[in-house]
Ligand binder design. Structure first.
Ligand SMILES: [Fe+2]
Length: 440
């Protein structure tokens, strides 16, 4: 390496951490997690679902600002190392973000994204990201088969003590279950929307899992700053989610279409806070559900239609979203926010609730923060104080749903059977174990 290049690299590296040096003098509560700072070596590498997951996949990663340009190298996976002889190089789109922790700048980071297109169903690919001397390892992923079977994981709020308390949950899920096609997060991935080290912990908990299994996430209230509700700049910088929803809600309100499954994310915070974005999402939701050719529809948003916490009532979801889910017979709503587990149905008609039909609603929590769960007629199964993960399988006329505790124990199980007329029948197979409820 020539001397000029060496010196310029040192200068650039110093420039990228100058705010830390400047601010660390006068911030007594400020802790630098050195291993979570950006470096030349890519980190926070994540796959996201594309709009059409049988043809494409999205990739996102972070580096420091030493290199303005970063690359992704892709190949079809082979049993041996020969895939390296036939690779394709893609240049990333890059944006620079000022990282913050406790509202103190911690430096600059470059976030890079590539949208891979033209991929083939059922084929395994390998990719790595970076450039020069600093590349990630090769990660491997498989595009789902076009056989109409889809398997995915769903996590409720992760939010607090993420690396300490969520790591075991996601790892247990991946160890315990078959290989998943993707992961859904129902919002509140972290606690403070722009706390860089909290995002660092989220990526540390998931590690290579996030680089190998694509995910889609819907934002929760903790991904927003308040007055007015403003999505953290981290969201669009570090994720690479679909942008096919209403204008202004890119990567928060979107749809993903498998051959027989439509997946939808709504931006719950903007339903709650913004009449304009609420209306835009309602109109858009109606438009994509009208003449929906897919057999199954699963929707995720953060604020649950039916609250599980005794002191909560999510009026905007009840008043504005529930009628659309009912009208268009959405099969399953996977939600978060209330820090408990509950599952059931409640179809509103003429002011009365029918607990035997309609959308199946689920609330779950993957992190350690727990709220009481109330007794409520819509709940077929509920739990207090339980970190869970969920496995959903959509295959032909049956949707299978299983909830496991962090110990890997089956806690809830049901199937939805769809007949030729598109009518659903719920089949319960709840384990014969006591409900986990708080002391009265
Ligand atoms: Fe929340």
């Amino acid at each position: 390496m020539c001397k000029v290049f060496q010196i310029s690299r040192i200068v650039l590296a110093l420039l990228s951490v100058w705010p830390i040096l400047a601010f660390s003098q006068n911030s007594s509560s400020y802790n630098i997690n050195a291993h979570l700072l950006p470096s030349l070596k890519p980190d926070r590498i994540i796959l996201n679902l594309s709009e059409d997951p049988l043809k494409g996949i999205h990739v996102n990663w972070r580096t420091d600002t030493t290199l303005a340009v970063s690359h992704l190298e892709l190949a079809k996976a082979t049993a041996g190392p020969e895939f390296r002889e036939k690779t394709k190089l893609e240049e990333a789109l890059t944006q620079t973000l000022v990282s913050r922790q406790d509202n103190v700048p911690t430096g600059y980071a470059n976030y890079h994204e590539v949208k891979l297109t033209g991929l083939e169903p059922g084929i395994s690919y390998v990719y790595r990201v970076g450039g020069g001397e600093s590349w990630s390892e090769w990660f491997q992923f498989t595009i789902p088969q076009n056989d109409k079977e889809v398997n995915f994981l769903y996590f409720g709020d992760v939010q607090n003590e993420v690396v300490s308390m969520f790591s075991r949950v996601i790892r247990e899920a991946v160890i315990n279950l078959p290989k998943m096609d993707f992961i859904v997060y129902a919002g509140d991935l972290i606690n403070h929307e722009s706390a860089d080290f909290e995002w660092g912990e989220w990526f540390e908990a998931g590690q290579w899992i996030h680089s190998s299994i694509p995910s889609m996430m819907t934002p929760g209230n903790h991904e927003f700053s308040k007055n007015p509700a403003t999505l953290t700049p981290y969201w669009n910088a570090q994720f690479n989610l679909p942008t096919n929803g209403p204008k202004g809600l890119e990567e928060t309100t979107f749809e993903v279409n498998f051959p027989e499954l439509k997946l939808i994310s709504l931006d719950g915070e903007q339903i709650d806070e913004s009449p304009e974005y609420r209306r835009a999402q309602m109109d858009w939701l109606r438009s994509i559900l009208t003449d929906n050719p897919r057999k199954w529809t699963v929707i995720t948003f953060h604020y649950p239609v039916y609250a599980t916490a005794p002191d909560r009532y999510h009026d905007k979801m009840i008043d504005y979203i529930r009628p659309i889910l009912q009208e268009f017979k959405v099969d399953l709503a996977i939600q978060g926010h209330d820090h408990a587990y509950a599952r059931g149905m409640a179809f509103e008609e003429n002011g009365k609730l029918d607990y035997g039909k309609g959308t199946v609603y689920v609330v779950s929590v993957a992190g350690p923060k727990m709220y009481d769960v109330k007794e409520d007629a819509w709940m077929e199964r509920k739990a207090y104080g339980t970190q869970t993960y969920q496995w959903v399988q959509v295959k032909e006329d049956v949707l299978r749903f299983k909830t496991y505790t962090a110990l890997g124990e089956l806690y809830d199980s049901f199937e939805i059977h769809k007949n030729a007329q598109g009518e659903n029948t719920l089949v319960n197979s709840i384990p014969d174990t006591p409900e986990r409820l708080q002391d009265k």
